[in-house]
Write a protein that binds this ligand. Structure first.
Ligand SMILES: NC(=O)C1=CN([C@@H]2O[C@H](COP(=O)(O)OP(=O)(O)OC[C@H]3O[C@@H](n4cnc5c(N)ncnc54)[C@H](OP(=O)(O)O)[C@@H]3O)[C@@H](O)[C@H]2O)C=CC1
Ligand SMILES: Cc1cn([C@H]2C[C@H](O)[C@@H](COP(=O)(O)OP(=O)(O)O[C@H]3O[C@@H](C)C(=O)[C@@H](O)[C@H]3O)O2)c(=O)[nH]c1=O
Length: 289
């Protein structure tokens, strides 16, 4: 049986992978590790994990994802999102394991009206995006046979994310201002977990950078408006500008990504974000999470 090692197994994506793992129990032996057991910046722990689990595939679901805090904790962000990823790619190469790594739309500056393709020029405007971009480069330099999935605006029923933040704020506020001039593609992390498994299952693998998200594009305001609709909240939402919601880190104005390459090479069709959002809000309503 092929073995899959998941690093960052307690994060949002890690939980979604844990959720679908039972579907594959006849095909793959999964090992989920959290940062307490495998700290990706501790290269000895990474080596020990490879020696113990001898994985055929490694999914890197770990990352430093605090976009605003990264502006102050740049060293930590680069250690986790760049250097450790470069090391992991090298260890995968040395051990004949295929690395599936996850990156972000925040590698782009967002100053375009078009959907970014995988080859488009990157120009991160914050520390988090810069650290993720450096991780992409180091991974591919050290191991060209790495699959990098760039995704965007992830949410799910697990951990902290925009959907859960909104539902919480809807409960405690009468009115909320949400930025309406930043465009992107919300993505249910459960769909990302499925796409990762589809790639692992795909026989004729191709490597490099792929974009994966739900589609089409929207704004944070429209996204919040649908969360409101699906949850049945009575909150009053107001579309505001980026300038009216100052944050320590800048966010791209339009980081929308073309999804053609993954469809062509891996036969993975994107799902409409509203359908995937509806599923998530239903789960959250049922579980009161
Ligand atoms: N969230 C989003 O909106 C988006 C995320 N992405 C990318 O998707 C991937 C998954 O993100 P998501 O699941 O949301 O992230 P989360 O923040 O939910 O989870 C990240 C996980 O990484 C772990 N981690 C942090 N530092 C280390 C470390 N040194 N060693 C091992 N594990 C560590 C954390 O564990 P612990 O807390 O125990 O330290 C946490 O469980 C990441 O690569 C992220 O950059 C891309 C686009 C959007
Ligand atoms: C809470 C809140 C946020 N906002 C805005 C701020 C920001 O522009 C936008 C989203 O805010 P958040 O801080 O939740 O999202 P942010 O951390 O920027 O999300 C990003 O996370 C990283 C990890 C990624 O890789 C990206 O793809 C993206 O998902 O919503 C409001 O306008 N009103 C509000 O009440």
């Amino acid at each position: 049986m092929k073995k899959i090692l998941v690093i960052g197994g307690n994060g949002q994506l890690g939980h979604c992978l844990q959720k679908i793992a039972p579907k594959y129990h006849n095909l793959y032996d999964f090992n989920f590790t959290g940062s307490a057991v495998v700290d990706i910046t501790n290269y000895d722990q990474v080596d020990e994990a490879f020696a113990e689990y001898q994985p055929d595939f490694v999914i890197n679901a770990s990352a430093y994802t605090a976009v605003d805090l990264a502006e102050k904790e740049s060293d930590r962000a680069f250690a986790v999102n760049s250097d450790a990823v470069g090391n992991l790619a090298k260890v995968c190469k040395d051990n004949d394991a295929v690395l599936i790594h996850v990156s972000t739309d925040y590698v782009f500056d967002g100053e375009t009206n078009l959907n970014y393709s995988e080859d488009d020029f990157t120009n991160p405007i914050g520390v988090y995006g810069a650290s993720k971009r450096k991780g992409e480069e180091l991974a591919l330099d050290n191991n060209p046979e790495t699959v990098i999935l760039r995704t965007s605006w992830l949410y799910s029923e697990f951990n902290k994310n925009f959907v859960k933040t909104m539902l919480h704020l809807f409960d405690i506020k009468d009115e909320l201002g949400i930025v309406g001039d930043q465009h992107g593609q919300p993505t249910n992390a459960n769909d990302l977990a499925e796409a990762i498994m589809d790639i692992i299952e795909f026989q004729k693998k191709t490597f490099g950078i792929y974009h994966f998200s739900n589609y089409p594009e929207t704004t944070w305001f429209e996204f919040a408006s649908k969360i409101k609709e699906f949850s049945g909240s009575e909150v009053n939402l107001k579309s505001i500008t980026t300038e009216e919601f100052p944050t320590p880190a800048k966010r791209p104005k339009r980081s929308t990504m073309s999804l053609e390459k993954i469809e062509k090479d891996y036969n993975i069709e994107p799902k409409h974000w509203e359908n995937s959002l509806r599923d998530c809000v239903e789960i959250l309503k049922l579980t009161n999470a």
